[in-house]
Every structure is written in C-alpha cells, then in structure tokens.
Design a protein around this ligand. Structure first.
Ligand code: SAM
Length: 287
C-alpha cells in the first residue's frame, strides 16, 4: 500500500509534510476546508485550507504561551475574551487560572468546534463544560464591535492568518474595538505568524495596533510545526510595564493561579526571556 502524505500548502516553494496513518475527518465548511488525521509522528493533526493549525504533540508550546503570558503579566485577570481558537486549547489553559471568573470564546466556524470535540477531545478537555466558559459561534469582529467598554482584562486572538475569514481580525477597526473593550490594565495578544517567512504579517499588525495601544511589542515561542523558526505573538497593552514583570513575581503569580506545575513549555524564565527579540524580528516592530 502506498503511503499517503499531507503536504502543507502555506508556502509555495517550501513546506513540511506528514505521513498519514488514518484520516479522521474531512469537511468543507461554510468557511474553510477542515481535515483531521492521525499522523505517525505528531499524534492527531488539524489543517484548515491545507495549513497546519494544531498537532497533539506540540500544541502545548503555543497554547501555554498564548494563554499564560498575558494572564500572568496582568496578574489579576478575571474576564477573558478568546477569538478563534476553535480547538479549545486556549480555553482550557485560560480556565486553568483560578482567578478567571469568565472566559468568552468567539469562533466563526462551528464545524471546527464540533470536529475538535469529536476527534481532538484532549485539546479542549473539560473546558467545554466549565461553567465559567461561554462559547459563541460568530465573527470576532462583530462581537468586539458590540461589546461594552472596559469589559475584559485580556483578549487572546488565536486566529488563522490574515487571509479569508481571518483577515478582519488584523484590521484597524478590530484593534480599535479591542482597545475600547479592555480595562485600563488590559492586554491584547494575537498570533502574528513566523517572521522568518511572514515578516509582513508581524510588521503590518504591529503598525496597526500601535495606533490604539501605548505599549506594542511581541514575544516568541518555538512551535515545531509552525515551520520557519520562532512563532511571534503580538503584545499590546494599555498600561506600561506589564511585559517587564520579574521572573520571581511571575513564579509567585503562577503558583497562586494554580498553573505552575501544569506547564511543559511556560516557565517564569521562558516568559521573561520571550520578550527579548533577535534583531531580525525586532526590526519589524514600530520604533
Ligand atoms: N494556532 C493556529 C495558528 O496560529 O494558525 C490557529 C488555530 S485556531 C483553530 C484558528 C481559528 O480561527 C479557526 O478555527 C478559524 O475558524 C478561526 N477564525 C478565523 N477567522 C475568524 C473570525 N473572523 N472570527 C472568529 N474566529 C475566526
């Protein structure tokens, strides 16, 4: 029997491939082509329009850095808004924080949620039934447009790239509303791609966010299946100083939040170091 491979289509002239053990789902939703398969190397994998979104083997890297960094930098986050993240991994990490009273997740594609619950149950886990969770199927830009001022302590955008349905989440209108619905010490983090291959994405989103947030920067995480080196996560804060919290304070906060022993990537030192960017990445940030 010939081997079947999934060749990622993110970059035209370069990419990764997975030998498929078993295909579990293939659905063309109203928004995108969803495929979930069992791989020989990374457990179960989900792709959207041919682009790797998540693998069971390395999702902890990205999800821990996307969820824990803004919440521990803030230090007392109670209400969190999550945009995208239909696999449920960010929701689970956010709800690990016992300070969180409410987590609202707005995912545009209900099929991503349905198929993730069915074929990637470990990713979202118990978060789907947590009474602090409110899961809404809808467009993130509509949700932030309608939300009340100063409603959230943190906004976490785990979206696809700025192509197709994800494009609106990289606009001035979206960032303006995010700034409006965050509290005074509010923080926005968003996936900004792999700058070695997607420098325009980081530069453009940073320039746009800097119009509405006094403190704009980025931090990095090494996600094996987001190929091309460091993945960048955009940082936008309404108050200065939140990205320079000493590692010892971060440790105390992680202990109090109940997550210190639950991490495989995030540590206080990794958190503090992640904001120290190599020049080939820092050069894309506003001066
Ligand atoms: N971590 C992955 C990455 O960095 O490429 C993203 C994973 S997550 C599954 C991306 C989710 O964003 C998808 O489920 C997609 O449907 C959702 N999404 C895209 N555009 C959206 C929008 N405008 N509003 C809400 N969710 C959106």
């Amino acid at each position: 029997m010939t081997d079947t491979w999934l060749n990622e289509t993110l970059y035209a002239d370069w990419g990764q491939r997975f030998r498929i053990k078993r295909e579990l789902a293939r659905v063309q939703s109203d928004f995108q082509d969803i495929v979930i398969f069992e791989s020989h190397t990374h457990g179960r994998v989900m792709t959207l329009d041919g682009v790797v979104q998540i693998t069971e083997a390395d999702e902890f890297v990205y999800q821990e850095m996307l969820a824990h960094v803004p919440l521990l930098a803030h230090g007392a986050a109670r209400r969190v808004l999550i945009i995208g993240a239909g696999d449920g991994g960010v929701l689970r990490r956010v709800l690990q924080h016992n300070s969180v009273e409410q987590a609202v997740m707005v995912e545009i594609d209900g099929e991503v949620i349905r198929l993730s619950k069915e074929h990637l149950p470990r990713i979202g886990g118990i978060a789907w039934t947590d009474k602090r969770a409110e899961v809404i199927v809808g467009d993130g830009i509509d949700y932030v447009r309608r939300a009340a001022d100063a409603r959230f302590d943190a906004i976490i955008v785990d979206s696809t790239d700025p192509i197709g349905v994800g494009e609106v989440l990289f606009t001035d209108e979206f960032y303006r509303d995010c700034a409006r619905i965050l509290t005074e010490r509010g923080v926005l983090v968003n996936q900004c791609g792999v700058p070695f291959m997607q420098a325009d994405e980081l530069r453009e989103t940073s320039r746009r966010r800097a119009q509405f947030f006094p403190d704009v920067s980025a931090y990095v995480a090494a996600v094996p299946t987001y190929v091309g080196g460091f993945m960048t996560l955009g940082w936008s804060a309404k108050a200065p100083g939140l990205r320079h919290i000493p590692a010892e304070t971060l440790r105390e906060r992680a202990q109090a939040a109940g997550i210190l022993t639950q991490c495989r990537y995030w540590t206080p030192q990794i958190h503090a170091a992640a904001f120290h960017l190599p020049p080939y990445i820092a050069e894309h940030l506003p001066g």
